[in-house]
Ligand binder design. Structure first.
Ligand code: S3P
Length: 173
């Protein structure tokens, strides 16, 4: 794609792939503003994501995600970390790709299992759901939404952030 100057740098990917941590480091390195869609939604609604799922349901959360993107994709020069399900809505994908350079942070299933073990904050992982089933259903959606994929397996967030910066430099950013 053309230079990303003026565009947002968007991180998509499954839960546990490090979008928030990598995004924070990357934004600092690039002197860009960092926004995490989950945190933005929590602040707007004065409610945690967990609480939104529990009281209003997943559909209401997905609606709030789309509303968040309508605002955030209207801004320029952000590093934007997104919730793992952002790619479920094709309109979100169109908007993210139009306004940003979309980077898919991926990781091997064994590594994801380690990173997500004992997680009790993510509503979709509650109740004995096997994350692998969700991952398999979504893999193609991440692939189709992204301009590039980065395998984070065995890498620290700092290494991933450095890798993205190298990629952006190649792109003339
Ligand atoms: C979700 C991922 C979460 C959060 C919500 C739903 C998903 O974000 O948006 O619990 O559908 O994968 P993270 O990917 O930051 O955990």
């Amino acid at each position: 794609m053309n230079s990303i100057a003026g565009k947002n740098v968007v991180l998509i990917g499954f839960m546990g792939t490090g979008k928030t941590e990598v995004g924070r480091l990357l934004a600092k390195a690039l002197s860009r503003r960092f926004v995490d869609t989950d945190a933005w939604i929590e602040k707007e609604n004065n409610m945690t994501v967990q609480k939104i799922f529990a009281t209003l349901g997943e559909a209401a959360f997905r609606q709030k995600e789309a509303e968040a993107l309508a605002v955030l994709c209207g801004q320029k020069g952000l590093v934007l970390a997104t919730g793992g399900g952002i790619i479920l809505n094709p309109q979100n994908v169109v908007l993210l790709r139009e306004t940003g350079f979309v980077i898919w942070l991926d990781a091997g299933l064994e590594e994801l299992a380690r990173r997500l073990a004992g997680d009790n904050t993510r509503p979709l992982l509650a109740g004995g759901v096997d994350f692998r089933d969700i991952y398999r259903r979504r893999e193609k959606l991440y692939r189709n939404a992204a301009h590039v994929r980065i395998d984070t397996t065995g890498k620290t967030p700092l290494v991933v952030s450095d890798e993205i910066q190298a990629l952006l430099r190649q792109d003339g950013a």
